[in-house]
Ligand binder design. Sequence first.
Ligand SMILES: Cc1cc2nc3c(=O)[nH]c(=O)nc-3n(C[C@H](O)[C@H](O)[C@H](O)COP(=O)(O)OP(=O)(O)OC[C@H]3O[C@@H](n4cnc5c(N)ncnc54)[C@H](O)[C@@H]3O)c2cc1C
Length: 594
Amino acid sequence: MSEKIHTHIFDSVIVGAGGAGLMAALYASRSSNVAVISKLYPTRSHTGAAQGGIGAALGNLEEDHWEWHAYDTVKGSDFLADQDVVDILCREAVETVIELEHMGLPFDRTPEGKISQRRFGGHTNNETGQPVMRACHAADRTGHMILQTLYQQCIKNQVQFYDEYHVMDLIRIDDTIRGVVTVNIATGEYHIFHSKAVLIATGGWGRCWEVTSNAHSLTGDGAAICLRRGIPLEDMEFFQFHPTGIFRLGILLTEGVRGEGGVLVNDQGERFMERYAPTIKDLASRDVVSRAIYLEVQAGRGIGGNNYVHLDVRPETVNHYLKEAGEDRRIDAAYIEEKLPDIADFTRTYLGVDPVREPMPVQPTAHYAMGGIPTDLHGRVVLDGENTILDGLYAAGEVACVSVHGANRLGTNSLVDLVVFGRRAGLHMADYCLEADLLPLPDNAASSVVNEISRIRGNSGGVKSHQIRTDMQRTMTDNVGVFRTAETLAKAREVLENLAEQYESIEIDDKGKRFNTDLLEAWELGCLIELAQATTESALARFESRGAHARDDFTDRDDENWLKHTLCFKDGDSNRLDYKPVTLGRYEPKPRVY
Ligand SMILES: Cc1cc2nc3c(=O)[nH]c(=O)nc-3n(C[C@H](O)[C@H](O)[C@H](O)COP(=O)(O)OP(=O)(O)OC[C@H]3O[C@@H](n4cnc5c(N)ncnc54)[C@H](O)[C@@H]3O)c2cc1C
C-alpha cells in the first residue's frame, strides 16, 4: 500500500524542543526560517525537570572566576574533557546567564537584588579547595524556568513549532544533509521536512537503565538515528549515575540538597563522605559520591542492610555541620520549604517522608549521557578521528558530545552546555543557510521509515516490548552500572545481542494509526537497544577506570594509553571502535583528590 507523504520546506530544522533546541532556534531564527520538531509538547521536555541550577562564575556571593569553573570542569571530567571547549563553556556561561536574566528568567535573588547562587558538587574555590557558590537557581525549578523563558522568546520570534511529530530518520545522501522523516503522532501520517540544515537536540537515554532520573521519553532517538546513518558516537562508556535518586523510583533529589547543607549518612549514622573526600565531603563529584554509596552498601552499611543510604537535610543536622565547619549561617524548616519546594513535595508524595523531619532514602540513579554525537565548537557534527565536518548537520545539548564533560559531568554544567552551545550552533546554522543550497530530495526519502513501521505493525512474533525493555534495563543496571568488569560487560553484550534478535519479531497490539504510542514505544526501544550495545562495546574496550567508567578489573586511570576519546561506529549489525586525542590546554592531567 503506498503511503501519502507530506513535505515541508525550511532552511533549518531543529529536532528537539528542550533547552538546547530552543536556544538554537532562537538564534537560527534571526536570519533563517526554522522549524522546531518535537515528539513532546515543547514545555514537557526534560529540561523542565532540571532542578538545582545553572553554573556561572558570577561571583555574586563570594569570589569566583570563570577560570576556576574551567579547572573544576576539567578536573571533574577526569581530564577527558577537551580544554578548548571547556574554556568557551565557562567564559560564555557568564554572559549567557545574564542574557537569560534579561529575557525575563525569574532567578532567586540575593538581598541586594543580584542573582542568587548556591554550592554544588565539584565547584570550588581553586585556592582553598572549598565549595564555592556558583549555581544560579530559581528555587529547585531552574530548568522549568529556562524552558518557559526560551519557549516564550521563540514564540515571540515566530519560530514554527511542529509539536508531537516523531522524527525517525535523517536524510543523508553521501556527505549532504537534506532533512528528516517524521510521523505525525496524532494522525500516523508521514511528513518529510526538507531543509538545508538539521540540528539534533533530542536529549539523553537514561531509559537504558532500570533506575533512572530520566523521563520516559529519553530514549536517545537522535543519537541512534545518527549512528544508523554512519555517524559515530563519542565516549558512550561514560554514563553518569547521580548519587541521590529516590530509592527504587530513581526520581532525582537535586545535588542542591547537599549544596544547601544536606549530608549523606549510612546505617551507623556516619557521614561517610568524610572518609572518601575529606576536603569537599558530600559535594565531591558525582562519580565519586555514587561509588562511595555503592561501596557502603556492599560493606553492609546500607540503611537496615538495604540497598540505600540516607540523605539528611533536617535543620538540626545541617546546623550541626555548619557549626562544626565554623560557619555562621543556620537554617530552619521555612528555609528548606523556600529553597527546595519541589524536593519536599516529591518525597512527601512518593515516599511519605517529610524532609524537614526525616532523612530521605536514596540510591544512585542513571542520570546523564556524557557521550553522544561528536561536534566541534560550533555544534557541527564530525565524522571521524580527524574531525571531518559533515556540512549541514549540527547537534547540541545532552545528545551531543562537544566534549565539555569528558568522563564525568559536574552538576549545573548541562544547563550551561545547552545554552552556550545551543546558541553557537544556532548562529552557525543561520550563517550556513545563507550560503547553502536546498538540495533535491531523493524519490524514496521516506522509504526506510515506511518499511520499518510496516514491518513492526505487521509482526506477529509474540514478543512484547515490555519484556525486552525490562530485560535490557536489568542487564544494563547489573552489568553496565556504577562498577563494571570484563565479565559483566561480556555478559551484557551477549544478552543485548540476543534481545536485538528478539526485537526483530517484536509484536504490538495496537495496529492503528492515530496516537499509536504502542508502535512508537516499540520503535524507541530499538534505539535504546542500539545505544545500550554501543555503551557496552565502548566500555568493554576501555581498560582503565576514569570518571563514571569504573572497572573493578582495571582500577587505575591510565593516561599513557587511555587519555583519548572513543568513537563507536555501526558496521552492519556490529559496532566498530576508533579513538581520537583529547585536546589539552592549561591543565596537565593529574590524579583527582577531593
Ligand atoms: C531530573 C533531572 C534534573 C536535572 N537537573 C539539572 C540541573 O539542575 N542542572 C543541570 O545543569 N542539569 C540538570 N539535569 C540535566 C539536564 O536537565 C539535561 O541534560 C538537559 O535538560 C537536556 O536538555 P536537551 O535540550 O539536550 O534535551 P531535553 O530537554 O531532554 O529535550 C529533548 C527534546 O527532544 C525531543 N525529541 C526526542 N526524540 C525525538 C524524536 N524522535 N522526534 C522529535 N522530537 C524528539 C523531545 O520532544 C524534547 O523536546 C537534570 C536532568 C534531570 C533528568
